[in-house]
Write a protein that binds this ligand. Structure first.
Ligand SMILES: *Cc1c(COP(=O)(O)O)cnc(C)c1O
Length: 334
């Protein structure tokens, strides 16, 4: 099938009913994160902006939504056999916690050189960690082999309908909190959050323009969006570690083409400035990837003056010690 916005749309993997059903499953389990307003941000942009603080979500990122929804939907026999995923980031902890809450033993495949804090956090949620050598082995191959051997269900980080539907509850909740919006800015890695949120926006706020924001060093999604064919990038060098994915997915790409209105990139320097704004002005600890949408808003490529704007702050898991050691000029003495 030819790709691209002009191609005849095939059936899409996720519709709004799935997002709404996911919201029902997450009620009382996920935190209802606040939609915060900053007069500084409003003055700077001329808009009325609402920042959805998913950095305050369980495990510190929206990823809990998708993981919990996906595990909830497994039939009981598969769920009690256990689940597996490969990630060194927020999805690992999300699957670990969801597994703990739902009685599903979780196995997480992580690189031998993963930060000790992340290994400890993942084990802290009761998950079994299996280490692999990042230079000699492929994590998907390791996870797939283990899944087959032990009868585990693989829960991928973004390219899975139930994961996407879960992530979409983030925008559903925002619309419930603040009403319809003119624009919604969302970060992009593999596009799980963006496509889920865009499905929710199309249903709940039909005039809302959904804008994806990606790191400039790994702008495969921007190129995919504009060319209509799936583009890749290898190991992009960006501080936005949650968006170092190699491409959009087979499920997320068609959803992005169908429901997203614009996609552009920001530099790491713009990301740092956005993080600094969120920390200093809004007192919010947001990780680099979590500040992508804010950087996109401040880049002023889209005229938002007078508009009602949503901005998703996707996560807050930043190793502060490591961060300030690497970027001393963004530090408190800077
Ligand atoms: C995973 C992640 C992203 C990217 O999400 P995708 O669904 O892969 O696009 C963005 N921000 C944070 C904090 C994440 O953990």
């Amino acid at each position: 099938m030819p790709g691209g916005a002009a191609a005849v749309p095939g059936p899409l993997a996720v519709d709004f009913d799935q997002v709404r059903a996911a919201a029902g499953r997450l009620r009382g389990v996920a935190h209802l994160t606040p939609a915060l307003v900053s007069s500084q941000a409003n003055r700077r942009t001329g808009a009325t902006a609402f920042f959805k603080a998913e950095n305050l979500q369980r495990v510190g990122a929206f990823k809990f939504r998708g993981a919990y929804n996906a595990l909830s939907l497994l039939d009981p026999a598969r769920r009690s056999r256990g689940v597996i995923t490969y990630s060194s980031g927020n999805h690992a902890q999300a699957v670990a916690l969801a597994g703990q809450l739902l009685g599903s033993p979780a196995t997480i495949v992580m690189p031998t050189d993963a930060p000790a804090v992340k290994l400890a956090a993942t084990r802290g949620y009761g998950a079994r960690v299996v280490l692999y050598d990042r230079l000699r082995e492929d994590r998907e191959t390791v996870a797939t082999a283990l899944a087959r051997r032990d009868g585990l269900t693989l829960i991928p980080p973004f390219d899975h309908a139930d994961v996407v539907a879960g992530q979409g509850t983030c925008a559903l909740e925002l619309f419930e909190q603040v009403g319809p919006l003119d624009f919604l800015f969302v970060c992009v890695g593999g596009g799980g959050l963006l496509s889920g949120c865009a499905v929710a926006a199309a249903a709940l706020s039909p005039g809302c323009r959904v804008i994806g924001v990606e790191p400039a060093a790994g702008d495969d999604a921007v190129r995919s969006f504009h060319s209509g064919t799936l583009q890749h990038c290898e190991n992009p060098a960006t501080i936005a570690d949650g968006a170092r994915t190699h491409s959009l997915g087979r499920i997320t790409f068609p959803l992005v083409l169908r429901y997203v209105h614009e996609l552009f990139s920001v530099t790491d320097e713009e990301l740092l400035l956005a993080m600094q704004f969120l920390w200093e002005r809004m007192k919010l600890v947001v990780e680099p990837t979590g500040a992508l949408a804010t950087a996109g808003l401040f880049q002023a490529r889209v005229d938002v003056a007078g508009a009602r704007v949503g901005v998703i702050l996707s996560g807050g898991n930043v190793d502060v010690t490591d961060f300030f050691a690497r970027f001393p000029r963004a530090g408190p003495q800077g």
